[in-house]
Design a protein around this ligand. Structure first.
Ligand SMILES: Cc1cc2nc3c(=O)[nH]c(=O)nc-3n(C[C@H](O)[C@H](O)[C@H](O)COP(=O)(O)OP(=O)(O)OC[C@H]3O[C@@H](n4cnc5c(N)ncnc54)[C@H](O)[C@@H]3O)c2cc1C
Length: 283
């Protein structure tokens, strides 16, 4: 199918983007187009105006500072995958990037687009929840920062307003241990279940764990019961198995043609067990 008719505008500054979104309630930002264009082609979306970010400068930077990492909205998945600075500072990001679709899609799809799209099966939303990230947006009232725990509010829904533009994601830089686990039917497919985790490990004990789940659920979410179970626990096999059982009994999985909720429940448990083991290995 072909997309419905739309006007296409590619301003060269953010102020004009914001103004266009405010003037045309039906307008939509387009970044890499890797999620939006298929929706248009299938006529599941029909914006009257597409406002392309391609000419707006300053959104393609990856800045690794002493205390935080800042990833601009138009940084592609491919740029994250191949960033030497990120590989040194937070290898979790290049590792997760390799699970996103295929190289062709990674070379166009953007970090900001994936975050704004809030797909519950996408890698970045899941990863960002485990990293205590902050999402910076700009709208008619100016800039604001949204802690990621308040950002993903439902399937394909975020707390960003329709006339706001995501400009960057900031991630605190620290020496927490991390783990990323995903199972997909085949390489490049969306994950049937994705688990991301970070934690401090001091004297063999896990502290301040952040566990998040995507792929298996309707909205990416933290696994609070797993985090509570792990607080102060000794990293090791017994703790991994306990976390698996807590994850499997508390997650609320979806069911679809790719996998039943019971299958996904067991999968999330297994991925949590592996993630705890990975965190422990780093201890
Ligand atoms: C075959 C295929 C397989 C895929 N597999 C995966 C996968 O395994 N994992 C995965 O995570 N993704 C996957 N994707 C999606 C891909 O990662 C997209 O790149 C990503 O979801 C959206 O990024 P984009 O830059 O292409 O956004 P676009 O498609 O341009 O936009 C997506 C949505 O976000 C909004 N948006 C974009 N940028 C901004 C911004 N800066 N501010 C405000 N709103 C904005 C748009 O208005 C639109 O609603 C796949 C896509 C395809 C076509």
């Amino acid at each position: 199918m072909k997309p419905p008719k739309f006007k296409y505008i590619a301003p060269d500054n953010l102020a004009d983007v914001v103004q266009l979104l405010a003037e045309e309630p039906d307008a939509k930002v387009v970044a890499g187009g890797q999620s939006l264009m298929p929706l248009l082609a299938m006529r599941l979306a029909g914006p009257s105006v597409l406002v392309d970010l391609r000419n707006v400068s300053g959104l393609q930077r990856i800045d690794v500072g002493d205390t935080e990492i800042r990833i601009g909205a138009r940084v592609t998945h491919d740029a994250v995958e191949h960033s030497a600075a990120l590989l040194a500072a937070l290898p979790m990001l290049p590792t997760a990037a390799r699970f996103i679709a295929h190289p062709q899609i990674r070379s166009r799809g953007t970090f900001g687009g994936s975050t704004a799209h809030a797909d519950p099966s996408a890698e970045w939303p899941t990863v960002l929840l485990a990293l205590d990230a902050v999402v910076d947006v700009v709208g008619p009232a100016g800039e604001r920062s949204i802690p990621v725990d308040n950002f993903f509010t439902g399937p394909f829904t975020s707390s960003m307003a329709a006339d706001e533009v995501l400009i960057a994601v900031r991630i605190p830089r620290d020496d927490r241990h991390w783990a990323f686990q995903e199972t997909a039917r085949k390489a490049g497919d969306y994950g049937l279940a994705i688990v991301a985790a970070t934690a401090e490990i001091t004297e063999g004990k896990i502290r301040g764990a952040r566990f998040s789940v995507g792929g298996a659920v309707g909205t990416v979410t933290r696994l609070g019961a797993v985090e509570e179970t792990l607080e102060g626990a000794l990293a090791g096999d017994e703790t991994s198995r306990r976390a698996e059982s807590v994850a499997a009994s508390t997650v609320e999985p979806i069911s679809d043609i790719h996998g039943s909720s019971d299958y996904r429940r067991r999968l999330v448990g297994a991925l949590v067990r592996r993630a705890v083991a990975d965190l422990s290995k780093g201890a």
